[in-house]
Design a protein around this ligand. Structure first.
Ligand SMILES: Cc1cc2nc3c(=O)[nH]c(=O)nc-3n(C[C@H](O)[C@H](O)[C@H](O)COP(=O)(O)OP(=O)(O)OC[C@H]3O[C@@H](n4cnc5c(N)ncnc54)[C@H](O)[C@@H]3O)c2cc1C
Length: 410
């Protein structure tokens, strides 16, 4: 087992510095433009693909880094550059992780590379779970998947919402219910291959922040996918459904399916927390520089304890958030059980920290902080999503309180 270390090794430092250079030279200068345009920054994704940052290989290397900190380091640097462009670059990994977590080796080999395309022909992928009536309550999904045995095809019908890259993706991963009576246990994930008839983009949302990342509804109207597009395969699904039915009928069954899903969330949440740490660090750095140079009453404003203490608290919370993120990532990489929902803790704390730190940064910049001449107002808008997506802060607290108490708190 890899021991927990706060000292990144030489390989991790090299990756961090390389990503920092890309974030500083390519992402940061383009951030304001793509935020205003509110469009997917294809040229930046292409640039990232050319240098190897937008590629399956790169994320796989970081994902399988035995210390666990490969992904958090990468996320922090890219999102330090800009969160909207950062999400446009890493949004595909949401779908890739769904295939990695649920797919067979063959499915991973087929779909994961297609999600990224090639540097000359980049593609993005989308993970479609949320629905208008099923956000925090994922057990309420209505999108149905019905098996057509004669053709060995699955027929999908429903409407998805809030899908990052929804409709502009080549490959969509869709979560649907196979047996609605079983709630979340009756669901399965399906790959919808590029160009499949019946899948279309609905409304594209105009957003408060992360505006360079595309978010849209996805309409699924009699979408037929081959049997092999069911992630994990039919045999595994049938076994899982049989266990769930047995449990529902009061039999022994097993809680394995639910525990596996929870473990996957716990393992993926720190990556989202790391993105929030990147935003917080970026806003803090701007505020620190500003406080040292802005003169009022004949001295830099940082000479006032009121401002200096604010910066001290900002830095302390950012470091605390990073420590929680790294701990949870290391736990995931070393297969440790998340007895206290440490993954959720890291996402909760980092998300709240990004929102708080960026708001403090705006205050320190005074009137300038409120304008688009300075980046902190964009960072503050971007930070707001980190208490909402990938499980709201309230849902993280629910998960943590259940884990620490053993009580099914509602
Ligand atoms: C920009 C963006 C990108 C997204 N990307 C994706 C994506 O790629 N794929 C995808 O599937 N989804 C995505 N989502 C969806 C996101 O995960 C959901 O918005 C989120 O889970 C919350 O669901 P909801 O919006 O329906 O809010 P609701 O679940 O309706 O919650 C509303 C409020 O009620 C609170 N609440 C709900 N239940 C409880 C409870 N039991 N206890 C206490 N408080 C509670 C919530 O915390 C929240 O404050 C994205 C959303 C956004 C905005």
């Amino acid at each position: 087992m890899s021991t927990f270390s706060l000292d990144p090794g030489p390989d991790q430092i090299a990756v961090r510095d390389w990503l920092h250079g890309f974030a500083a030279d390519v992402i940061r200068p383009a951030a304001a433009e793509w935020d205003e345009r509110e469009e997917t920054p294809w040229p930046i994704i292409q640039e990232a693909a050319k240098v190897g940052i937008y590629s399956l290989d790169f994320y796989a290397q970081q994902y399988f880094d035995s210390s666990g900190v490969g992904i958090p380091i990468a996320m922090e640097e890219l999102f330090w550059g800009d969160a909207g462009i950062g999400l446009a670059i890493v949004g595909t990994t949401l779908a890739a992780v769904a295939v990695l977590a649920n797919g067979t080796d063959e499915q991973i080999g087929t779909w994961a590379p297609q999600m990224f395309g090639t540097p000359d022909d980049v593609k993005v992928a989308a993970f479609c779970s949320s629905e208008p009536d099923a956000g925090s309550d994922v057990s309420a999904l209505r999108t149905r998947a019905v098996y057509d045995e004669a053709k060995d095809e699955w027929v999908l019908n429903g409407t998805k919402t809030w899908a990052t890259n929804g409709g502009i993706a080549d490959v969509h991963v869709v979560v649907a219910t196979v047996d609605p009576t079983l709630g979340a246990r009756g669901q399965a994930s399906f790959v919808v291959p590029p160009g499949t008839p019946g899948l279309s983009q609905g409304q594209k949302f105009k957003k408060h922040g992360i505006r360079a990342s595309h978010t849209a509804e996805v309409v699924i109207d009699d979408v037929r996918v081959p049997g092999h597009c069911l992630l994990g395969g039919k045999e595994k699904l049938d076994e899982r459904l049989a266990r769930a039915r047995e449990r529902a009928a009061g039999g022994a069954g097993s809680a394995k399916g639910k525990n596996a899903a929870m473990a996957t969330f716990e393992a993926s949440r720190p990556a989202v927390g790391a993105q929030a740490v990147g935003i917080a660090r970026a806003a803090y750095e701007v505020a620190l520089d500003y406080a040292k140079t802005r003169v009022q009453f004949g001295r830099p404003i940082i000479d006032n304890q009121g401002v200096a203490f604010q910066l001290a608290d900002m830095k302390t919370r950012i470091d605390a958030a990073r420590l929680l993120v790294w701990r949870a990532s290391w736990m995931a990489a070393t297969n440790q059980p998340f007895h206290n929902a440490e993954g959720s803790m890291s996402k909760l704390y980092a998300g709240e920290t990004a929102k708080w730190v960026s708001s403090q940064a705006m205050q320190i910049l005074g009137g300038n902080g409120f304008t688009r001449e300075y980046p902190v107002e964009r960072m503050h808008r971007d930070s707001a999503i980190y208490t909402i997506f990938e499980g709201t802060s309230e849902i993280q607290r629910l998960v943590i309180s259940r884990a620490i108490s053993g009580i099914p708190i509602r």
